[in-house]
Ligand binder design. Sequence first.
Ligand code: ZN
Ligand code: ZN
Length: 158
Amino acid sequence: MTKKCYKCKEVKPLSEFYCNRSKKDGHQERCKRCQRDYFKQPKAKKQRRVRHHTDRQLVLNLLGHCCALCGCEEERWLTIDHVTGGGKEHRKERSTAGTYRDIIKDPDAKKKYRVLCYQCNDVLPLCDSEMQLLEAIEREHNRIIANFVATVQEANKE
Ligand SMILES: [Zn+2]
Ligand SMILES: [Zn+2]
């Protein structure tokens, strides 16, 4: 299978075109080389950033603006967890931007995905249960707060 690039007009094998499910033949109009050049333009970069931000907000509107486990509300720390696993593969196949779009379109999104903060997302695989994770977080937070209070008290003494 070959395809003519709409930018450079060269006929190339289909493997020289990135996948795009929304196109008729499942591939981009531009060949990979032209697509890469296009993405390097400042205008395209900005467009992608805006789109990425909008899609991320839509996902958070759908799934919630806080961590489903610890309740963390720092938006920049939030990430999407695939409840049934397979998150890494999904992101690898579809990129983060593609993953967001899949979630927005999925009528069962709330069953398949949830919002976690990076801390919970990273630590959960090391814990036996979500309860154990929350207990560990509570211990850590108490320790951090105690340290902070001690530092402030120490500073006030001087
Ligand atoms: Zn081309
Ligand atoms: Zn969390």
